[in-house]
Structures are given as structure tokens and as C-alpha cells.
Design a binder for this molecule. Structure first.
Ligand code: C2O
Ligand code: CU
Ligand code: CU
Length: 528
């Protein structure tokens, strides 16, 4: 285990080595860099045609900071801060005291320019998870910028209303940078959503769930590249919501809209409310479902979002309602059979989390006030967007095995190489394909649930087959609606239908267990 380098105590030797190797990569492929007079690399990317006039212009800076997470000493983190240069002042909402970046609120149709300034001691680049943007605005790792660099994003918001998010995407460092605090919500609104008059203001709760470990001095503990942590993904031993440990929020005894992002590196949550409180799923990654879905539990994998309506009407003042992650068999999230394979101790001393995947956890608490909210009825019909989708008939199918070989997780039989695209990873802009993610058994006792994420367009889940019959995670999986991240449980095959972005260029698909991504369970696809 090692502390996070925070730019104050200096970077560890390992960090320096990584930085050097990343710079080398940047030097080869970072052809958009122009060295400025002061020696800083200045990047100027135009994601759209020249003459782009933004409706909204932001500055987003990533820098070391200190925040109070636990009682006592402040915690050193890395944090996004933002400023609105143009557009509605409420485009950015800072979460007081949190290490999370500001919530960015955009409207469909807005044209957005973001100037990202990197004040970290290492390379970074920002990705807008779930948004369909031009390649130059997608945050591909080959576009990383170094300390003091700036990167200019330009894109139009074409996504429908939904909860998207942003986080860094440098190769091999995404896990460390997100873990250090670099992440934020990006909410898109549109007229279709407005028309539903969903609970808003204090009745809309935005929850970014992440797990973390702290040392005795309240500093974040991350893995030191230990094989177990890389293979399993890094698990914390406590849950934070918006950067606060198990918060309690006072709410009216009214309907609430609860929008949840699993921003954890590797932990899967099986979410349920205590006291038999009713929950309706109204949306997922890519926005509203067509109809609300009554669900007792929701399985939420890293990278995924869920939009819930919660009925707290009629509760007496002072009632506490808990959001819990219910217990499930650790094997449902995968078994890394190191002991059998390599004799355990060879994997080093980096112990697995004391709170493994599947351990029961309290996430947060809502406590009702003696106040009721406005009357509300769950709408039967939430959106008409599903009508534009039909199950595939004559669509090319590509099989994409999720597999394991020589201490590496593979995607489509390969690992990531910066500019590498295989023939079957080349697609025509706007074309429709079915990709079948097959989480294969490998006979080595190496199994993991992999949340597979595709950049660019949202996709549909066609079907899901196989898997452990006893898995209790399966029942909580919502396969309806538009998704950008699909959880493929051990032994499962999941087919997704995707119509690729109309923007040409190099995009990514990868496992959103950030340790898997960083060790290469990621590939490019090229849109031509
Ligand atoms: Cu949320 Cu390519 O990542
Ligand atoms: Cu993404
Ligand atoms: Cu994975």
C-alpha cells in the first residue's frame, strides 16, 4: 500500500516512472501539442467546425487540494474546480466540502466550450462519460496534457436528459486519479424531462457513491500495484456519498428523485432501501426509461447511473430510511483464484479489502422532517425515446470475449495499445452493430464481473444469457433503456446493439473496473 502522491510530498518513484513513460507516449502520439514560449505545452483542439460560438464556456482545473472527509486531519485529494466564463451562472454547482468536482448542468442543444487546466504533477485529460462528442473532445488518453497544460474541448450537447459524468482518462492512471478525487456529475436537461415535473430542488438528491480506504492520519490509501488489487479491482473499506462517509440528510416526507452514480473504482452495489420503501427506476445511464419500473433492488456497477423515484410520503417526522448495499456472494462479482493458481503468497502482502464485494454496507440515511411535499404521481409514460429502438434483425454480430491470460484481463483477445485498432474494431459512422460480450470461463479460477463501457453513443441491451444460476446480483440488473456501461457477470454473454457515433475518429471501449482498464482491459475502435 502506498499513499497517493499529492504533489506536495513529491511523487513516489513508481509515479515518476509512470510519468516518464506516459510522457514518452505523449511525445509520440501527442501530435497536437505546440510548445509555448514558457515551455508549457499548450493544446488547442477544436472539436467542431471553425466558427464555433459556445453558449456555455467553462474553465475546469484539476489540482491538489485538502478537504475534510473524516473528523480530525484534512485529507489530501485531487480535485476539479470550475468557473463559468459564459452562460447561465448555475451551470456549475460546487458541492461544499466535497472532493468531487462541481456538478455541471447543461441543456440538450447547448454548445459548450471547456478549457481544462491541468495543475497536477502528472499527465491528465478529461473524458465526458456517456456524451456523444467529436473525437477531439472525448478525452482519449493519447491527448493527455502535462502539468501546466491546457486542453480546449468544444462540443454540442446532443444527448438526451440524463445523469452523465466526467473523470480523467490518462492511460494507466485513470484509477489513481479518480480515486484521488477527480470526478463529477454532468447533468443534461431537456424539454421532455421538464414536461414530467419530476421532484426537483430539495426533492432531487444527487448521490455519487464511492468506496475509499484511509490511514490513521486520514489520508487516502490506494494500492501499490499489487497483483491482487489489480486483478480484483481496488476496494475501499468504507462508503462515501458525495465525499462524505454515510451521510444523513434531512428531507421532507415527500416523493424524491434520487440520482445515483457508482463512481467507485471496482465495487458493485446491490442497492435497496430499508423499511420496505418503494422505489421506481425511471432512468439509467442514457436517460429516462419509457415506463417506470418497480424494483426492490438495483445492481449498480462502476460507471453506471440509476434514476429513482422514492415514496417517503406518510412517514412520521424523524423516520430514518437507509440506502443499503445488500449482501451478495462474493463469487457473483468474480473469484480471483490466486491461491489455487499461484500459491497465494506469491501475490505479495497486499491484502484484499476487509470489506469484500458483496459485504453488506450502509450507504446513506434520509431522515424525514415534519413537512410534506407537493402531491406527485409517478407518470406512466416517461419518454417516447424507446419507440425509436427495435430489436436487431439483420445486423452484423461481433463476438467480444472477456478473458484472462498470463495475469492480464483481455478484451476481444487483446490488451490496449495506444493507437492500435483491429479490423473488427473499425466501423462506419452511424452504422448499427451487435457486439456480444462473452465473459468466458478460463479454467484457472479467474472470474470477474466486468462492467463494459463504450464511448460515443448509448446502446441497447438485446439479451443476456448464461451466468451463475444462484447469482442474486442478476435480479437487480436493469437491462432496459439506453446504456453506456453494461455489467457482464461471470459466465454471462450479453449482446448489445449500438449505432456508432456519427463523429469519425478513435474511441474507446473498456472495462470500467478502473484497475482492469488501467492494466489494459481497454481497446480502441475507429469510426470511419
Ligand atoms: Cu468513464 Cu472511458 O470512461
Ligand atoms: Cu466514457
Ligand atoms: Cu473488468
Amino acid at each position: 500500500m502506498s499513499d497517493l502522491g499529492d504533489g506536495r510530498n513529491g511523487l513516489s518513484r513508481r509515479d515518476v516512472l509512470r510519468l516518464v513513460s506516459l510522457s514518452a507516449i505523449g511525445g509520440i502520439v501527442g501530435c497536437d501539442a505546440r510548445p509555448a514560449g514558457d515551455g508549457r505545452a499548450v493544446f488547442s483542439q477544436r472539436g467542431s467546425a471553425s466558427g464555433f460560438v459556445p453558449d456555455v464556456e467553462l474553465v475546469l482545473t484539476a489540482a491538489p487540494d485538502e478537504v475534510r472527509v473524516l473528523p480530525g486531519a484534512l485529507t489530501r485529494v485531487w480535485r476539479f474546480t470550475g468557473r463559468v466564463l459564459k452562460g447561465p451562472a448555475d451551470t456549475l454547482q460546487t458541492l461544499p466540502g466535497s472532493y468531487l468536482g462541481p456538478i455541471i448542468r447543461l441543456r440538450r442543444g447547448q454548445r459548450v466550450r471547456v478549457r481544462f487546466a491541468n495543475q497536477l504533477a502528472e499527465d491528465s485529460i478529461v473524458h465526458w462519460h456517456g456524451l456523444d462528442v467529436p473525437e477531439a473532445a472525448d478525452g482519449h488518453p493519447r491527448r493527455v496534457i502535462g502539468h501546466g497544460g491546457e486542453y480546449e474541448y468544444e462540443f454540442e450537447v446532443t444527448n438526451r436528459a440524463g445523469a452523465y459524468w466526467y473523470h480523467p482518462h490518462p492511460h494507466m492512471r485513470t484509477g489513481a486519479q479518480v480515486y484521488a478525487g477527480l470526478a463529477g456529475l454532468l447533468l443534461v436537461g431537456d424539454a421532455e424531462e421538464d414536461a414530467l415535473s419530476l421532484p426537483s430542488g430539495d426533492a432531487e438528491l444527487l448521490c455519487v457513491i464511492q468506496d475509499r480506504r484511509f490511514d490513521a492520519r486520514n489520508q487516502l490509501v490506494f494500492h501499490g500495484g499489487g497483483m491482487m488489487d489489480m486483478m480484483n479491482g481496488f476496494l475501499g473499506d468504507r462508503v462515501l456519498v458525495n465525499g462524505a462517509p454515510q451521510p444523513t440528510t434531512d428531507v421532507d416526507a415527500a416523493w424524491h428523485r434520487v440520482r445515483v452514480l457508482n463512481g467507485s473504482n471496482a465495487r458493485i452495489y446491490k442497492l435497496a432501501w430499508s423499511a420496505g420503501i418503494q422505489m421506481f427506476v425511471i432512468g439509467v445511464d442514457g436517460g429516462l426509461l419509457e415506463h417506470p419500473l418497480r424494483q426492490p433492488i438495483v445492481t449498480l456497477a462502476p460507471g453506471q447511473r440509476v434514476d429513482l423515484l422514492l415514496d417517503l410520503t406518510g412517514l412520521a417526522a424523524g423516520t430514518e430510511v437507509h440506502l443499503e448495499s445488500e449482501t451478495f456472494a462474493e463469487a457473483d462479482a468474480g473469484v480471483v483464484g490466486m491461491a489455487g493458481m499461484m500459491g497465494g503468497r506469491m501475490m505479495g502482502t497486499s491484502a484484499r479489502s476487509t470489506v469484500p464485494n458483496g459485504a453488506p454496507l450502509r450507504v446513506m440515511t434520509l431522515r424525514t422532517r415534519a413537512r410534506n411535499g407537493p402531491a406527485f404521481r409517478v407518470p406512466d409514460r416517461l419518454s417516447s425515446f424507446d419507440a425509436s429502438w427495435s430489436a436487431p434483425t439483420d445486423v452484423p454480430i461481433r463476438r467480444v470475449p472477456l478473458s484472462f491470460r498470463r495475469m492480464e484481463w483481455l478484451l476481444g483477445g487483446r490488451t490496449f495499445a495506444m493507437g492500435d485498432v483491429a479490423p473488427e474494431e473499425t466501423v462506419t459512422a452511424g452504422s448499427t452493430h451487435v457486439w456480444e460480450f462473452m465473459n468466458l470461463a478460463n479454467g484457472m479460477g479467474m472470474e470477474a464481473a466486468h462492467p463494459i463501457h463504450m464511448h460515443g453513443r448509448q446502446f441497447r441491451i438485446v439479451d443476456r444469457a448464461g451466468g451463475r444460476p444462484t447469482s442474486t446480483l442478476r435480479a437487480g440488473i436493469v437491462d432496459g433503456g439506453w446504456r453506456d456501461t453494461v455489467l457482464v457477470l461471470p459466465g454471462e454473454s450479453v449482446r448489445v446493439q449500438v449505432t456508432f457515433t456519427r463523429h469519425p475518429g478513435l474511441y474507446l471501449y473498456h472495462c470500467h473496473i478502473l484497475e482492469h482498464e488501467d492494466m489494459g482491459m481497454m481497446r480502441n475502435f475507429r469510426v470511419t
